[in-house]
Design a protein around this ligand. Structure first.
Ligand code: SF4
Length: 628
């Protein structure tokens, strides 16, 4: 008997209006675990190279992991993936809330969506039964209203929802998908893929609890987490993900004014504490998690902000705040609400507004281009208006809806110098001149700029509990923030593998579990005799698969780039004069490739490595591009 998973993957072809079920063998689950492992597996095997991400040929895959639905913190998430319309590369996003666990309880481990519906539809899944329903009455509606109507339509007030807003319908290239309207599958534009398929929502309800191999072991881990939350994560619970914003600013690591600076003079006004003392009205959570790091805010003046949409997390506070030169919390909260109502990724949306602001200040954009808006850094009201225009593709919003890379080439006049992206995806709110190992991770990530796939150097730059834990992987000494030596690259490699593993399990990155506890969790849920070694190999396997997908799509070393801005010294603050050394960075990339057994110059996984990872089949799906 299988524990931890249902052994069923739902297939929905919206063009043919067919629904079927795959039942993969048990070793499929053990080899790939779920999440990114499943998504990269199906994209490699079933997607033709070169398909338009917004065509019916693309796939949209919702995947849980083998631990999803286990009654322990961090185990309620799911991934959503496909070929990204923002990058043209491998794309996925991980999202919290309750939807992932509900899908498991409804009898499925993943859903693969193919084709395109003739008119808007939504998918309703309840206890193993799936049905495609008309969504004409929902098209154009905000996510909260859509959720309310769907729950009423299906007669289930506890149905969990994954919904797109107008941004997804309008194919904004960084549109996202909202779980329960306040948890975003934010990055790489999966909301646009969903919109391109005329799929407005997937609602799920399930009553079957996950069967665990060793419920006592899982309960012990859940209890350990509840017991230590107040001790090791008290600040995180109280102030949310922005608990470190002030310290980051003090150290010179807070993206400011389109990353021209790394210190924001008004940082105190956008911290977790400032939010707690002003607009915070509650804390939210994800399935079974005692941390409750999610924010719930409400504002009545000068903007109305509905608490149903939660509240801004660190990335949102920095992208619409410091990175746009804005310290008005109410305006940031409004931008967050608009993003969740319309289904926009807050990182890319904020970064795109910041790009437009820099273009405006440099005279590349004028009031004629912006419809009269004075789009200077610090103009909170203009920022809020532009976010709404992006979702609706109105005025300048239509160009900005394409993301900074495409927008810059349409604007011309040298705008590309200020379009900060990697592989087409906008930079998250972590300054790579401050955390230089993260810069390698940014450049090499299959998704383009992504802060969740690699090491955050500051956590391992001095002795402490995090470095102590990393010693279990053989990283024994602290490594300086600007170190790009092979020792640092080794840390980046190990962390990249581990982060890919967590995204196959689809576990929350914030859990304070040790490597050994994650191993215990997997064993407790599945009954397997898994080890940390085996789990690291799953992560490495997944990293090779996403790399192989991108190589097949024509990406390679030439795309593993950082914007020139990060090689340019910072002009002020504690990191004044610090830029990334380009030669050291290029050398570090080669070291990264070779440590993973990839071709040192081109970064292509070789056949021997694929064989060692047990995925030699990738060679047959590579179009002759990899595996020599
Ligand atoms: S730590 Fe926060 S994001 Fe992670 S599962 Fe718990 S509530 Fe959700």
């Amino acid at each position: 008997m299988a524990y931890g998973y249902n052994g069923k993957i739902l297939r929905v072809d919206l063009s043919r209006k067919t629904i079927s079920v795959d039942e993969p063998e048990d070793n499929f689950y053990r080899r790939y675990l779920g999440g990114r492992g499943f998504i990269s597996y199906y994209l490699l095997r079933e997607l033709k190279a070169g398909v338009d991400p917004l065509s019916p040929e693309n796939k949209l895959i919702f995947a849980s992991g083998v631990v999803t639905g286990a009654p322990a913190g961090g185990c309620g998430r799911n991934s959503v993936g496909g070929k990204s319309p923002l990058t043209g590369a491998y794309g996925d996003a991980e999202v919290g809330g309750y939807w992932g666990a509900e899908l498991k309880c409804a009898g499925y481990d993943a859903i693969i969506i193919d084709g395109k519906a003739e008119s808007p539809v939504y998918l309703w899944i309840k206890d193993g039964e799936a049905e495609i329903r008309d969504a004409s009455h929902l098209w154009g509606k905000a996510t909260a209203e859509t959720q309310e109507i769907i729950r009423s339509d299906v007669g289930e007030q506890l149905a969990r929802t994954a919904i797109i807003g107008q941004a997804g319908e309008n194919l904004v290239r960084y549109a996202c998908i909202l779980n329960d309207v306040s948890h975003a599958a934010g990055r790489t534009g999966m909301g646009a893929v969903m919109g391109s398929k005329n799929l407005k929502a997937i609602a799920v309800r399930g009553h079957n609890r996950l069967t665990l191999a060793n419920p006592g072991a899982v309960a012990a881990l859940a209890k350990w987490l509840r017991d230590v939350v107040g001790i090791v994560m008290g600040g995180f619970s109280a102030q949310g993900t922005s608990v470190g914003l002030k310290a980051l600013n003090r150290e010179g690591g807070l993206p400011t004014r389109n990353l021209q600076q790394s210190v924001f003079e008004d940082a105190d006004k956008i911290t977790g504490r400032a939010m707690k003392e002003s607009i915070l009205v509650g804390r939210g959570s994800c399935y079974a998690c005692p941390v409750r790091c999610k924010r719930v805010v409400s504002v009545s003046e000068p903007y109305q902000v509905d608490s149903v949409y939660g509240g801004p997390e660190y990335e949102t506070l920095a992208s619409f705040g410091s990175n746009c030169g804005i310290s008005d919390l109410a305006a940031i909260a409004k931008a967050n609400e608009l993003c969740n109502a319309h289904g926009l990724d807050t990182i890319s949306a904020g970064a795109t507004v910041a790009f437009a602001m820099e273009c405006f200040e440099r005279g590349i954009l004028s009031e004629r281009d912006t419809g009269g808006l004075k789009l200077n850094f610090g103009n909170a009201s203009a920022m809020v208006q532009v976010v709404d225009m992006i979702a609706r593709r109105k005025g300048i919003g239509d160009i900005l809806a394409e993301g900074v890379a495409r927008a810059a080439s349409r604007i011309g006049k040298g705008a590309d110098e200020f379009a900060l992206h990697i592989k087409g995806q906008e930079i998250p709110m972590h300054e790579p001149r401050y955390k230089q190992g993260l810069g390698i991770g940014y450049a090499i990530s299959p998704k383009g700029a992504d802060h969740t796939m690699s090491v955050h150097d500051s956590m391992y730059a001095s002795e402490g509990p995090l470095l102590e834990e990393t010693k279990a992987l053989g990283i024994l000494e602290p490594l300086a923030l600007d170190d790009l030596s092979p020792s640092k690259v080794r840390m980046v490699v190990y962390h990249s593998c581990w982060q890919h593993l967590l995204d196959c399990l689809v576990m929350c990155n914030f859990m304070p579990f040790t490597y050994h506890q994650v191993e215990e969790l997997v064993c407790g849920v599945t009954g397997w005799n898994s080890t940390v070694y085996e789990l690291m190999k799953v992560g490495e396997r997944c990293l090779a698969m996403t790399r192989a997908f991108n190589i097949r799509e024509g990406l390679g070393r030439k795309d593993d780039l950082l914007p020139q801005r990060f090689f340019t010294p910072l002009p002020s603050g504690p990191l004044q004069g610090v830029g990334i050394d380009k030669d050291k960075f290029e050398q570090a990339k080669e070291t990264f490739y070779s440590m993973l057994g990839w071709d040192k110059i081109d970064g292509i996984p070789g056949l021997g490595k694929l064989q060692e990872l047990g995925i030699e089949w990738v060679f047959d799906y590579s179009g002759g591009e990899i595996g020599d």
